[in-house]
Design a protein around this ligand. Structure first.
Ligand code: HEM
Length: 408
């Protein structure tokens, strides 16, 4: 099993839930349980460098905050990193950090590229890629499942959507990892800032190219659309391309590597999947709940208000923790057990309400392809080294997972 130091609830007052190492290196499940039961709206105190923020842990309160973008806006930033730094420069222009009419209009434009029908060719290509990657891993007999399999699936799909040329894809992937700073415990905010700017420049160039040459990808769709009667400018196009990579690459691959690890650590569930006792669609939802790749989302209160009866002031930073809500005993029977046939499964892995993940259908299809591939092609998996956790207060999962695989 992956063992991490368990943090006891008594340590709560000395914890800073914004600290990436805390999430990577320790097991916070007892802390989340304590917060849900005793302090469902808890104040993470200010530090020398960052303001205080509310930590919302119950499923009912988390969904209430997600639903209400009038009282809880994303425009101050939607993750701790930007909220604590004082804001997101893409606010009002990039989908996840835009609210109101502009958000609704922009989302309508993008939705047309993310409908199950529009995604059919991309999903078909994802399935082929998964089969090929698993066959290669089986041929070799061993792999790092995180980097050799999981990392090669979602970015390919997003690059297909955006029309990114093959020869640029490895470069875009390494910039994405650096921008999120999640793979290296020692990466600095300056490294992340540089990588983010490089990605934006890359998309600015691609957008210029697409405006001139009639392509039919998401960049061309954005370039040819109006939101509230106005065309999108180059900045808005490049920010929304970036947002697909930011939202849909690492999250999805963490869910896939997490799926392989969960099956390894729960042989009974692995056998249930192989016997067909748990349908792929149901198993996908449980893996999404179990892995919860996006630990939290953040908002700013727009008015003096309350959450679950607890007063919150206008301007306060509010974080909702999917990691906790997905284990809420009031919603999930035996939340600490992996049950691939769990139904219903009201996880909030993709959030809830107006900002519900735009890429949810694609992510489910990707994870489904991996689970079906493992079920059909692999007889046995064994771990050959430690799974390496990513360092982030936003992303959760493993960036390395060395395995041996035997063919079915
Ligand atoms: C929004 C999680 C895959 C694109 C979100 C949000 C969450 C989330 C929690 C809400 C953020 C908020 O409310 O502030 C995930 C997880 C994924 C995944 C866990 C994989 C397992 C994808 C994929 C794409 C994508 C594959 C696209 C290729 C987006 C976009 C938004 C979003 C554009 C913003 C939607 C809006 O604000 O209206 N995602 N996501 N995500 N996601 Fe995903």
């Amino acid at each position: 099993m992956t063992t991490r130091r368990t943090i006891a609830p008594e340590e709560l007052d000395t914890l800073d839930l914004a600290d990436p190492r805390l999430h990577a290196e320790t097991d916070l499940s007892a802390v989340w349980r304590h917060l849900r039961q005793r302090r469902p709206v808890h104040l993470n105190p200010a530090t020398d460098t960052a303001p205080a923020f509310w930590v919302v842990t119950r499923h009912a309160d988390v969904t209430a905050v997600y639903r209400d973008s009038a009282r809880f806006t994303s425009e101050g930033g939607n993750v701790l990193e930007t909220l604590l730094a004082g804001g997101d420069t893409a606010a009002g222009r990039m989908l996840p950090v835009t609210d109101g009419d502009k958000h609704a209009g922009l989302r309508r434009v993008l939705m047309s590229a993310f409908s199950p029908r529009a995604l059919e060719p991309i999903v078909a290509s994802v399935r082929r890629t998964v089969q090929r990657l698993l066959a290669e891993a089986l041929d070799k007999g061993s792999c790092d499942f995180a980097s050799d399999v999981a990392a090669r699936i979602p970015l390919g799909a997003i690059c297909d959507l955006l029309g990114v040329p093959d020869h640029d894809r490895a470069h875009v992937l390494s910039l994405t990892s650096a921008a999120l700073g999640s793979h290296d415990a020692d990466s600095t905010p300056a490294d992340a800032w540089i990588a983010r700017n490089e990605i934006l420049l890359y998309f600015a160039e691609l957008a210029r190219d697409r405006r001139e040459s009639g392509h039919s990808d998401v960049i061309a769709l954005l370039a040819g659309s109006e939101v509230n009667g106005l065309p999108l400018d180059d900045d808005e196009i490049m920010l929304n391309c970036y947002s697909l990579i930011l939202g849909g690459d690492e999250t999805a691959r963490l869910s896939m590597a997490g799926a392989a690890l969960a099956l390894l650590e729960h042989p009974g569930q692995w056998q249930a999947l192989k016997r067909g006792d748990a349908p792929i669609g149901t198993a996908v939802e449980e893996i999404l709940r179990w892995t919860t790749p996006a630990l939290h989302a953040g908002r700013t209160a727009t008015t003096d208000t309350e959450i679950g009866g607890h007063p919150v002031r206008a301007g306060d930073i509010v974080t909702v923790w999917n990691a906790s809500a997905n284990h809420d005993e009031l919603v999930f029977d035996a939340p600490g057990e992996l049950r691939l046939d769990r139904t219903p499964n009201k996880h909030v892995t993709f959030a809830h309400g107006p900002h519900f993940c735009l890429g949810a259908h694609l992510a489910r299809a990707e994870l489904g392809a991996v689970l079906a591939g493992l079920r059909d092609l692999v007889a046995e998996m064994e771990r050959t080294g430690p799974a390496r956790p990513v360092h982030s207060n936003f992303l959760s999962g493993f960036g390395a997972l060395p395995l041996t695989l035997k063919a079915a």
